[in-house]
Design a protein around this ligand. Sequence first.
Ligand SMILES: [Zn+2]
Length: 346
Amino acid sequence: MSTEENGFETNEPAAMVNNASVEQINQHGDNAAKAGDYVEAADWYQKSAEKGNAYGQVKLGRLFEYGDGVPQNIEKAVSLYRKAAEQGDVDGQYSLGNMYFGGTGVTEDYVEAAKWFREAAMNGNEDAQAILGLLYENGIGVSKSYTDAVEWYRKAAEQGNASGQFCLGALYEDGRGDISQDYQEAIKWYLKAAEQDHPKAQIRLGELYSDGEGIPLDYVEAIKWYRKAADQNVPQALVLLGLFYREGVGVSQDYSEAAKLYRKAAEQGDAEGQFALGEFLKQGKGLRQDYTEAIMWYRRAVEQDHEGAQESLNELCRVYKLCKYCGGSMSGLFAKKCTSCGRTAD
Ligand SMILES: [Zn+2]
């Protein structure tokens, strides 16, 4: 391609950049970014952005947004996204929508966010389509409309967007407004999202299978989906899968496996996992009985207002005269004072 065709004057100063097409400049920027040299990448994208190229504007905006190769400058990022967006660039539109939605570098404005997500969505951006669906479902920045929500979720879902698939499934499962409840449609979309490792879809499928809700009851299928989410270390799935091992439903009873799953959830701060692990430690199920550790986990769950843990903690400490703060033994006839930490029982 000659320089004339690109609209650049050949008699400009002989610097290579002036003769390079903006596509070549962007290519240099991409190569530098790929090699991890963000300073050089910023240099190239700057040149491209100065020529008014939308791709360069968005790429440079991204570097300013995250402070890669340039000092972080969120306002500058917004301004670059806006320049690209106003040229009809889909990535610029989606990025600008995100900035308005999060109030990042610009005053939070859901109406403006919805406007730019819509532009990007109409230009085929699947993430924007899924978010626009969410805005319609919840009436954020737009008038609430389940019909519009389904329309945009479906566009995203049909492009293979896992969030769009999950949200579409959930809307059909609930059935809202003009959208009638339809388990077949719900499960169809949950499956597509679940197969893409969308953990919420995997858990919801597991729940539908384990309750036989809208689908024949099937514990083996339920376990299969819980396990996929548990493999991603999702606390809720770890606890649910633990329940199947504890009860020996659809799988051989295995307290030790249940305890391991509970511990993984508990260590991530999940109150249900902490409570369940506390129960196992109290009973010596699947691991060695340890009241002190049980008390520790109960306490963590209680900090999250877990009522079952509060009851178990009180009972364990009352029956065995243990301190509910440190697990030490309470001294005296009425067991009012801890021999380890010195705190008094209330
Ligand atoms: Zn104590």
